[in-house]
Structures are given as structure tokens and as C-alpha cells.
Ligand binder design. Structure first.
Ligand SMILES: *Cc1c(COP(=O)(O)O)cnc(C)c1O
Ligand SMILES: [Zn+2]
Length: 428
């Protein structure tokens, strides 16, 4: 006899409030046009027991999962001394996702995308036989290659060609994972288009990006970790955003903490930073637009010329109900546009002050904090969470040798049909 699991959570549509049961894959409320983001509503008033050995799954009460997987690492939060002193801040907390064994951070793919990947894979239905399709600009791909490979989950990962060098790994990946690159001058949105068309084929299932509640609650653990360490919900939250999924997740986690009175404090104000000139979220928010402004007007510019190319996303979940616009509006948030030079200087500042190298995208967040402090938008004694979304790549290379994972095919944007030929990986 199969024992019925008690219901841990339901999904609520942010557009209309309808509640749905989770099947491990659903991405939106089908009866709604346009549907909002789905949000998890948990029965537990407490995220979990804080056992570091369980990695991210120590927060299992607030993760929409059916199982836990071994080998994950939780984000590590600590009180900053070096950078705090430089910026003259009294309560700066750094939430670090990456590889920094001296601090107990063991994400070997070096970014917070590993949190998403573990949560999404742990949410999959019991007998999942299909192929999970994931579009990525690089860091997400690396995380899913690692987690799906390690736990034998079939996955097809679509990336723009320029991001192939980001797909490094310590060992060769398992054959259950296949990678396809979109060639030419393609970007993340092209990878999404191809992934969408693949998902129309039988047996391929969309992972869903920001629409996947497991992704967001996985990323939300950065805030849980920070609140635990600080003993309160932070007043100010800093993050570099591309899709804005992490910032939406942070908002949701802070609201959940506040609603359940887990920690004092809040509301938490969002500060999001993007790399100029391809900064659609920054442009949209600063022009008071509730819809994302089009960024197709910069033909001479591409992700490759940016300090943090992974942050360029033409179609982030900004205007959708429960999306980034709502999050910024609800928290009285701010957005920052960061030039390449500012990000470079911030990276150096952080490494010197804290003693670890950080991902270029995380440097954009540091630069946002530097800018905000210069403008005196935050109080000196405010509880500040700096989300270091990636780091320790240099540190990891001291410990292990890395090799690049190659795609099974590079397809042209105009020739998506040829992709089917490469998909014999199905049911292999
Ligand atoms: C993806 C990524 C971001 C941006 O996160 P979003 O949730 O897409 O806004 C920031 N930093 C790093 C290191 C990333 O990989
Ligand atoms: Zn709805």
C-alpha cells in the first residue's frame, strides 16, 4: 500500500489567485490569460532545521520537492569585515554561492544556478521518463549538466554558441545529458526559442525558467541563509539580475519569512544591478515602465562585449503578475546600470577585501552596492544582504583540472529543423 504524503504546499496563480496541486512540472495556470507566475504556499511556518550536511535541502519545508538529492551545497552567509570597512557599513552580510571550501561553500559549478538545478530536479515527478529541456546563457547550463549528470536525469540543454567555454566540468558528463548550441550572433533568447520548439515534440518537457517554482524557491534559500545568520530579515538586498528570477525569489522568501514571523525585520528593499549598455530591466524600471522596453535598438552591441554577458536577457519575466516589476514596486526597489569599468573595479575591490574571486555577474552587484553607498541611498547601520551569486572559479582551478563540455551540435538560427536529427538521444 502506498502511504499518502501529507500535502506540503499548493501553487497559487499570481494573476487570479487560483490554487492548484503540483504535479512536479506545471509552469502556469492554464485557465488564465495571461497567466501570472505560480507561487508556492507552504503549510509549514518554518523553512527547515538548518543541518549543513543536507545542503540546500536543509530548507526542505520551503522547497516544492518530492525527494532530496545528495551532494548539494547551501549558500553560505557571513558578516563582512573587509568590504564592510571599505564601504563604512556596519551590518553587511555576504551570501556566497560558489566554491570557497575555507568558508564551507562547495558549489563546484560556482554559481547560485546550482541551487536552481538541485531544486528543479528534486521537484520532478516520481517516474519521470521524459527529457527535461533547459535553455541557458551558460551558468544555468553548467549547473544542470552537473546535477542531471550526477543524478542520471535526462536533459537537453540549449545555449548560445558564445557561451560554450562556460560549460566546463571536472569529468566528462553522463550520456543522459546532451547539449545543443545556437550558432551565429545568437543570444539567450534564441536559445529559448529553440528550446520552446523542441518542447513541442513528444517526450520533451520544458524546465520553464523563472516560471518553475522550484527554481525560485531554490534561489530563495540565499535569503533564508542570510536571515538565519543575521538573525533578521535584511533591510536591503543587492543582486545582479539577468532574468530577475533571483530577485523575485528573494522577495518571495522575505515575504514568507515575514508572514510566518520566522525572523524580525522586513520589508526587504530590492536593489538590482545590470551591466550597461544591454540593461533592459534597468532601462524599464528607471523609465517607470511596467513592461519591458525593447533592447533591439543596439545592433552593434552583443553579450560578448559586456563584462557580464550572462546578464543580458531580452525577455525577462518583468511585466508578468508576480514578476520583477511587481517585486520592485512592492519593495520600493532601485535599479542600477553598471559600466564595464565599474564592474571590473568592483571585482578587484571585492577580491582584495574578502579574499575570494567572484563571478563577473556578481561583480556587477558589488558595483551596484558601491554606487548606492556613494549616493547615500542606504543607512550605514542598515542590515544589508549582498548576494554574491557566483564565485570561486579561480579557487576551484587551484584544486582540480577542468575540461570544456562540447555540444552534440551547433545549429543555425535559420535551421532549427535540423535539430530533430540530433535528438536521437531520446529514449537512448
Ligand atoms: C544567472 C546569474 C545572475 C542573474 O540571475 P537572474 O536570476 O537570472 O536574474 C547573476 N549572477 C550569476 C553568477 C548568474 O549566474
Ligand atoms: Zn490564474
Amino acid at each position: 500500500m502506498i502511504k499518502e504524503q501529507p500535502i506540503k504546499y499548493v501553487l497559487r496563480c499570481r494573476q487570479c489567485g487560483t490554487e492548484l496541486a503540483d504535479d512536479g512540472l506545471v509552469l502556469f495556470h492554464k485557465g488564465c490569460d495571461p497567466p501570472g507566475l505560480l507561487q508556492t504556499v507552504y503549510t509549514s511556518a518554518w523553512p527547515g532545521q538548518g543541518d549543513d550536511g543536507m545542503g540546500i535541502f536543509q530548507y526542505h519545508e520551503w522547497l516544492p520537492i518530492r525527494r532530496t538529492l545528495p551532494g548539494s551545497s547551501a549558500p553560505v552567509t557571513y558578516r563582512s569585515r573587509g568590504l564592510a570597512e571599505q564601504l563604512r557599513l556596519e551590518n553587511l552580510f555576504i551570501a556566497f554561492s560558489g566554491y570557497w571550501p575555507e568558508r564551507g561553500a562547495l558549489m563546484r559549478t560556482c554559481t547560485f544556478k546550482e541551487l536552481e538545478a538541485y531544486a528543479v530536479c528534486a521537484r520532478l515527478p516520481e517516474r519521470f521518463e521524459d527529457v527535461l529541456v533547459i535553455a541557458s546563457a551558460g551558468n544555468t547550463a553548467r549547473a544542470f549538466i552537473h546535477v542531471c549528470s550526477t543524478h542520471h536525469i535526462r536533459a537537453l540543454i540549449v545555449v548560445p554558441e558564445w557561451s560554450i567555454p562556460m560549460l566546463w566540468r571536472e569529468t566528462e558528463h553522463n550520456d543522459c545529458v546532451r547539449i545543443i548550441a545556437v550558432g551565429g550572433n545568437s543570444d539567450y533568447a534564441d536559445a529559448v526559442l529553440l528550446a520552446d520548439s523542441i518542447c513541442r515534440m513528444d517526450g520533451f518537457v520544458a524546465e520553464g525558467g523563472a516560471r518553475n517554482v522550484a527554481r525560485r524557491d531554490g534561489l530563495g534559500t540565499t535569503v533564508l541563509s542570510c536571515a538565519e545568520e543575521a538573525g533578521c530579515i535584511p533591510d536591503e538586498y543587492f543582486q545582479a539580475v539577468g532574468s530577475g528570477t533571483g530577485a523575485i525569489a528573494a522577495w518571495e522568501a522575505s515575504e514568507r519569512l515575514s508572514l510566518n514571523k520566522v525572523w524580525p525585520g522586513g520589508p526587504m528593499r530590492l536593489h538590482v544591478a545590470q551591466n550597461l549598455p544591454l540593461a533592459p530591466i534597468y532601462e524599464s524600471w528607471t523609465s517607470h515602465s511596467s513592461r519591458i522596453v525593447s533592447m533591439n535598438s543596439l545592433p552593434g552591441c552583443s553579450s560578448e562585449e559586456m563584462y557580464a554577458g550572462v546578464l543580458y536577457n531580452r525577455r525577462p519575466p518583468y511585466g508578468v503578475a508576480g514578476g520583477l516589476y511587481d517585486a520592485l514596486l512592492a519593495t520600493n526597489g532601485h535599479a542600477y546600470g553598471i559600466a564595464n569599468e565599474e564592474a571590473g573595479a568592483a571585482s578587484k575591490l571585492f577580491e582584495e577585501a574578502e579574499g575570494i574571486d567572484i563571478d563577473p555577474a556578481a561583480a556587477v552587484a558589488v558595483a551596484g552596492l558601491v554606487k548606492c553607498v556613494a549616493r547615500k541611498t542606504v543607512e550605514k547601520d542598515a542590515y544589508i544582504m549582498l548576494n554574491i551569486t557566483g564565485g570561486g572559479f579561480k579557487r576551484l582551478r587551484r584544486d582540480v583540472e577542468l575540461q570544456t563540455t562540447m555540444p552534440i551540435a551547433v545549429v543555425d538560427r535559420s535551421d532549427f529543423k535540423s535539430v530533430r536529427d540530433h535528438l536521437i538521444c531520446k529514449r537512448s
